[in-house]
Design a protein around this ligand. Structure first.
Ligand SMILES: Cc1cc2nc3c(=O)[nH]c(=O)nc-3n(C[C@H](O)[C@H](O)[C@H](O)COP(=O)(O)OP(=O)(O)OC[C@H]3O[C@@H](n4cnc5c(N)ncnc54)[C@H](O)[C@@H]3O)c2cc1C
Length: 343
């Protein structure tokens, strides 16, 4: 069998590596960093990705890492809130520190050749899959998107997931393994905005008097878990438009407000397994394998990317935040639809 080379050992790359090893395909995976490591992520896994993990037999691994089940959510603006409501489908929450390391360990256990601290700088040719995560985009529509995350203790949540909206972005709080709470925000900084917060505590801590500010008033932050990421592009892209065989965020980054990026990483990996196995066995050409993967991913993700773009725009428009929260509090249909459209 021809070997597959995966560049990027995040969720897409590791999941693909494990799945290919289950078909006894030789795999080398090059990862620029090492494990364990903290990542900017809401650490809230929802949607079909959980079914992918179950099909790949990876649920016991999540259980061993003490993933926390999330079954309720509540939404807040700076002045309004919903009460906690059941999620249409339960999600799970697990720190990326644990999740990525557990998948890396499983990949090695399955016989994968994991090369950490190894940044790929060569071309992407036949047999090489790009799972290198988001593409850098310093500015989009004269705004810069960036993410911040830190773990905290001593935070009493009213629901398993709390989403706090503000004019500059949103902060998600969820219970994760080990009794901690993940505090993760996505923010937009406009080119001409001079009155922006000065440090991460101000960005993540919310406006004085807001529900978010009250929630984090007694928080004890774990400084070692702090991380930040900038240069995010949230404009939907198609796999078919990419010159390389791409998976996960390397195809496109779905607006994080949907809590679906990790799912798309897992799902895209699963969708790639059959074409890559056929290429490895010499049954189809690399071009055919790449086309099949791109087509499968674009078909699977088109609807949710369109919905996510709309949802993110609405949730980050200050004038729409309170009406959306009222709608989410009153309408079962809206509540269910908001979550189910990204399944
Ligand atoms: C603020 C924020 C909040 C989010 N919240 C959530 C959430 O709650 N739920 C959810 O499902 N998703 C969320 N996401 C999205 C989620 O984190 C991503 O969709 C997911 O991590 C994508 O996985 P990936 O494997 O494609 O990329 P990544 O996890 O980014 O992995 C890419 C890997 O490639 C490596 N790499 C890059 N270049 C090279 C190279 N040249 N050579 C070798 N290795 C390389 C990197 O080191 C990295 O390890 C959030 C994202 C942000 C920014």
């Amino acid at each position: 069998m021809k070997p597959v080379v995966i560049i990027g050992g995040g969720l897409a790359g590791l999941t693909l590596g494990i799945a290919l090893r289950r078909h006894e395909i030789p795999v080398a995976l090059h990862e620029a960093g090492s494990y364990p490591r903290h990542r900017v992520c809401g650490e809230f896994i929802s949607g079909r990705g959980l079914e992918t993990l179950a099909r790949l037999g990876l649920c016991p691994l999540l259980d061993r890492a003490e993933a926390v089940r999330a079954s309720t959510a509540a939404f807040f603006s700076e002045t309004k809130s919903t009460s906690p409501r059941p999620l249409p489908t339960p999600a799970i929450c697990l720190s990326r520190f644990e999740l990525d390391a557990a998948l890396a360990q499983e990949f090695s256990r399955c016989g994968g050749d994991l090369r950490t601290n190894d940044r790929w700088q060569e071309n992407f040719g036949e047999g090489i899959v790009r799972a290198t995560g988001r593409r850098l985009q310093p500015e989009e529509n004269r705004s810069r998107w960036f993410g911040l995350k830190i773990h905290a203790r001593n935070v009493a949540l009213t629901a398993d997931l709390e989403m706090h909206l503000s004019p500059r972005g949103y902060v998600g709080l969820c219970r994760i393994n080990g009794g901690a709470v993940n505090v993760c925000g996505l923010f937009r900084r406009r080119a001409n905005d001079s009155a922006t917060p000065k440090n991460w505590r101000e960005w993540l801590g919310g406006k004085t008097g807001s529900p978010l500010h009250r929630r984090l008033a007694t928080a004890v932050f774990d400084d070692a878990s702090f991380c930040a990421v900038a240069g995010l592009s949230l404009r939907p892209q198609q796999a078919g438009a990419r010159p390389e065989c791409c998976l996960g965020d390397a195809i496109t980054m779905i607006p994080p407000v949907t809590g679906n990026g990790m799912s798309m990483a897992f799902e895209s990996a699963e969708l790639a397994v059959e074409p890559l196995a056929a290429w490895s066995r010499g049954e189809i050409s690399w071009a055919a394998a790449q086309q099949q993967i791109a087509r499968r991913c674009d078909t699977a993700f088109a609807r949710r990317l369109a919905w996510a773009k709309w949802l993110q725009r609405a949730m980050l428009t200050p004038a729409l935040q309170n009406p959306l929260i009222t709608l989410a509090a009153r309408s079962d249909w809206f509540w269910r639809t908001a979550f189910e459209q990204t399944r």
